[in-house]
Write a protein that binds this ligand. Structure first.
Ligand code: SAM
Length: 247
């Protein structure tokens, strides 16, 4: 294709069929994790917090491409993506999760135990407070996955970069490590919040949603302008933003 426009398929049904087909020919997820995702989806009203099984496949592929062993996740919810990371990196690796809610963290810990993922550690509290406590880790992280409050993303990125200074001993993220930010397009609102976007909420101007969109734009821009970083924004799912630390 010569054109850059993302081809989103002519109808919603065709888009769903294409996604389903792509998922079916991509790497297999462990059956217990498929079942956990299905159970949360069925039982909980807030299940839209979870990444999809299709996105999970992409994250596993990416982490293995990078040979990742240590993953930091900001925003754990009930542990689905944390278990996906644990599966991706294997039992010798380590997943550190930061989660605001003690209730979610407890459910995530129980799920990890039940499913035999023993290398997940969760710190409870606002990530703006727990993230700095991870300074000077014994080994740097290979991947950071941002999936918490969107208004926090710019601050998380700045803190991660500060704790990963070039040449510093015990930096947070290694040179060549990646920072993945979920929902970087927010139903397209980050790129187009005009009334032409059918997913723009009626109360967008006054709502919290606008603050999230403003913060995501700021995040995408500060990453794009920082010479220490190389970026790529994938317009799949809700927008998956990738940063690679060059130094
Ligand atoms: C989208 S959900 C995470 C979903 C999870 N990554 C998954 O795919 O299974 C966002 C989570 O971030 C948490 N969160 C929101 N604000 C936070 C903050 N300031 N610090 C830490 N966690 C926060 C929420 O409690 C929620 O569990």
């Amino acid at each position: 294709m010569k054109e850059s426009t993302t081809y989103m398929y002519a109808t919603e049904t065709l888009g769903a069929n294409v996604s389903q087909y792509s998922e079916s020919v991509s790497l297999k997820l462990p059956q217990p994790l498929l079942e956990y995702h299905a159970r949360i989806y069925k039982d909980r009203d807030d299940s839209n917090y979870m990444i999809s099984t299709f996105e999970a496949q992409a994250l596993i592929f990416l982490s293995r491409l990078l040979g990742a062993k240590r993953v930091l996740e900001v925003g754990v919810y009930v542990g689905y993506s944390a278990m996906i990371w644990s599966h991706a990196i294997g039992p010798q690796g380590k997943v550190t999760g930061l989660e605001f809610s003690e209730e979610y963290a407890q459910l995530a810990r129980e799920a990890a135990k039940e499913n035999g993922y023993e290398n997940i550690e969760i710190h409870v509290g606002p990530a703006a407070e727990t993230l700095p406590t991870l300074a000077n880790p014994p080994e740097p992280y290979d991947i950071v996955f941002l999936d918490a409050d969107k208004t926090g993303y710019p601050g998380y990125l700045n803190k991660i970069l500060e704790l990963s200074a070039p040449g510093a001993k015990n930096r947070l993220v290694r040179p060549g490590g990646i920072i993945i930010a979920d929902n970087a397009l927010r139903r397209g609102l980050v790129a187009d919040s005009s009334s032409d976007n059918p997913w723009r909420p009626a109360d967008f101007e006054n709502a919290w949603e606008k603050q999230a969109v403003t913060a995501l734009r700021e995040y995408n821009e500060i990453a794009a302008e920082n010479p220490r970083l190389e970026t790529f924004l994938i317009p799949l799912w809700d927008g998956v933003h990738l940063i690679r630390l060059l130094d």
